[in-house]
Design a protein around this ligand. Structure first.
Ligand code: GAF
Length: 396
């Protein structure tokens, strides 16, 4: 085994300075403001959001920053660190989903969603820098959507209360970018609070901020980037969603959220397809695990959430069938090294694993996961610790 250095916390970075520098360099002037939105991890409640169910994500200290200024014409020019050249588009491209592609589609999608909702969106110069890694399942897309949305709302003085931002950002992603996601990620990056997890009812959009003070409890949350190459993520996600919708229809309920945990067996008995039964079992038990986790956190019993995290992982692995060998290996190794619980977080097929550990054990657990990876010949995982941070905000 290799001795690891101390597990780093996620970097606070100079991401805001990079956004400003990018703005000056590309556009030759000063931004009028900077807006920042975080990435997120989901503590528990996976693939429950589009079933009208419950989720419990928290915002990360990793952020995407947009430096911006309004312009007099109805054009949007956006530069990102991911590319050399800015992308420019106008109303014609913004009003036709799919016209702008790549990372800039998330920006065009926000313009589209605002215009579709009847807002007069100001033209703008935008420069984007980000510490949220792309493709690690930490919602870099929700982060850019939220930061751009906040910038455009402020620049245009739009009358749009923040409670309505998550739905709008979700529409950008669903209808412009074309990814059929739920409302969890946008809610987490917009409504997250430091030291809290966000308990969200995805049907009513009611939220409760649940105290989640890991440091005070002597605990740490390890975030292990599985480094698993993405495998058919989009198609598999859409297929899971379709299965859930078909199951709800077969059961005669608006959504799987309406199948109560104590009515699960009766519901399963009415479904003749074994795969669909597994999908339903995941969603219904996962909703219950969210409610149970919230109850434990309200009672200050943070460590006791561990077994629920691990049960969630098993359910994703065996019933929802969205894990891959890398994430299963990380979860098993973390548990064997003493983690209270561990699970893959996010849509699946790779991304990050989170592990709830005693703060003093963080380095040993990270080293154990790295050793298990080396043994299997997987690319070394990147591990950090993370505390819940705040949602989208204007920096200056
Ligand atoms: C992705 C989606 F964007 C979310 O809406 C959610 O469905 C999640 O996968 C699975 O819980 O992050």
């Amino acid at each position: 085994t290799t001795a690891t250095a101390t597990t780093p916390t996620v970097p606070s970075g100079d991401v805001a300075a990079r956004a400003t520098a990018g703005f000056r360099q590309r556009y030759g002037g000063e931004p009028v403001g900077r807006w920042a939105a975080p990435g997120r991890v989901n503590l528990i409640g996976e693939h429950t959001d589009y079933n009208d169910g419950f989720v419990l994500p928290f915002a990360l200290p990793l952020r995407t920053v947009v430096a911006a200024a309004a312009r007099d014409d109805e054009r949007w020019t956006v530069w990102s660190e991911l590319d050399d050249d800015p992308v420019e588009f106008g109303p014609a491209e913004a009003d036709e989903p799919g016209r702008v592609t790549g990372w800039a589609a998330y920006v065009a999608g926000v313009v589209w969603a605002l215009r579709a909702a009847g807002h007069a969106v100001p033209g703008a110069w935008l420069a984007v820098a980000s510490d949220v890694p792309v493709g690690s399942g930490l919602s870099s897309s929700a982060a850019i959507e939220a930061a751009v949305l906040a910038a455009l709302v402020d620049l245009g003085g739009l009358d749009l209360p923040a409670e309505r931002w998550p739905r709008l950002a979700q529409r950008a992603e669903n209808d412009y970018v074309g990814a059929p996601t739920g409302i969890m990620d946008q809610s987490a990056v917009i409504r997250g609070r430091p030291g809290h997890a966000l308990f969200l009812d995805c049907r009513s959009e009611e939220v409760e901020q649940i105290p989640f003070d890991l440091a005070a409890a002597g605990l740490a949350m390890l975030l292990i980037d599985s480094r698993a190459p993405h495998r058919h993520v989009d198609g598999e996600y859409a297929a899971r969603r379709r299965s859930c919708e078909r199951a709800a229809q077969a059961l005669g309920v608006p959504a799987l959220r309406d199948v109560p945990a104590d009515g699960l067996d009766a519901a399963l008995a009415r479904l003749d397809d074994a795969e669909i039964r597994r999908r339903v079992r995941h969603v219904v038990t996962e909703d219950q695990r969210v409610l149970d986790s919230v109850g434990l956190l309200r009672a200050g019993r943070v460590r006791d959430v561990g077994p629920l995290l691990t049960a969630s992982h098993a359910s994703m692995r065996d019933d929802f069938e969205i894990t891959v060998p890398e994430v299963d290996t990380a979860v098993e190794a973390a548990l064997a090294a003493g983690a209270y619980g561990a699970r893959m977080t996010g849509g699946g097929f790779g991304g990050c694993v989170l592990a709830l550990v005693e703060a003093a054990a963080a380095d040993a657990v990270a080293a154990a996961v790295a050793a298990a990876y080396a043994e299997r010949g997987f690319a070394a995982p990147a591990t950090v610790t993370a505390l819940p941070a705040g949602g989208v905000t204007r920096l200056d």
